[in-house]
Design a protein around this ligand. Structure first.
Ligand SMILES: [Zn+2]
Length: 263
């Protein structure tokens, strides 16, 4: 029987019978683990505070079969403010759904865990507008997963001070206006063509390229410390979302719900 002591973030929860919960916890060293939390639905249970969605806690875990069971818990941070605001709750749920999708047991996903904790803190304390936090998370987690775009300059002539570029979000490269005009971006170059789809290519300004580069390369604790002009944000949010979701090749119901609240 393996017993481990780990700090971890509850990224998903569901009811298991009348009293218990099945938790998905992203740990510092053991990646994502599935945990049976006996009695955790009861307010009298000593592990209850650590067994809530978004709780970050120190857990003592014992493995039996495919599951871990909680032997000990000590709440570190509950991100309580997130629960009092439906929009914050929806966004935090989306971030945790992404994390649940991209992590697995046994992997060391400490960078992803730290990023998620930083963003939950930013959401709970209103450090930035929620849409900014969402986009930064989308770009940075794509980078942590190895999908960093190459935005040093035009992929053909390498010019790095064009006013705007065509951003090929699948290949993660940018091309300037004149190179796009002189090169044949034909159907053979489009891996989506066989599926009858257009390859997603977005026009991005130099400022957005700079912002993405900043988010990919900055120290994690500084990742929110950038700015762009007011009229660029909408386009930036769109690029960030499309970049991540195209690489994950999926959507999220929690994102649809969050966006339905913005309207
Ligand atoms: Zn060029």
């Amino acid at each position: 029987m393996t017993e481990i002591k780990q700090n971890g973030l509850v990224i998903a929860e569901r009811d298991l019978g009348e009293n218990d919960k099945l938790l998905t916890i992203l740990t510092e060293r053991y990646g994502k683990v599935i945990v049976v939390a006996k009695g955790a639905k009861s307010v009298r249970n000593r592990h209850m505070p650590s067994c809530q969605l978004f709780s970050f806690a120190s857990f003592g875990l014992r493995k039996r079969g495919n599951y871990y069971f909680i032997t000990d818990s000590d709440l570190i941070e509950s991100y309580y403010d997130i629960r009092n605001d439906i929009l914050k709750l929806a966004l935090a749920t989306y971030l945790c759904d992404i994390v649940n999708d991209v992590t697995q047991e046994g992997n060391n996903d400490d960078e992803i865990l730290r990023l998620t904790l930083n963003m939950l803190y930013a959401i709970s304390k209103d450090l930035k507008p929620l849409e900014v936090i969402r986009s930064v998370f989308e770009i940075r987690i794509a980078a942590e997963l190895g999908f960093s775009p190459d935005l040093e300059g035009c992929s053909i002539c390498h010019i790095h001070n064009a006013g705007s570029y065509y951003f090929d979000i699948i290949d993660g490269i940018i091309t300037c206006e004149s190179c796009k005009a002189s090169h044949n971006f034909s159907v053979e170059n489009n891996p989506f063509y066989e599926k009858g789809l257009n390859k997603p290519i977005l026009i991005v300004s130099r400022a957005i390229v700079d912002a993405i580069n900043y988010i990919v390369f900055s120290k994690q604790e500084r990742v929110l410390s950038f700015n762009i002009d007011n009229d660029e944000w909408t386009s930036f949010f769109d690029v960030a979302e499309k970049y991540l979701l195209n690489h994950l090749e999926r959507g999220f119901y929690s994102l649809d719900f969050y966006k339905s609240l913005l309207i």
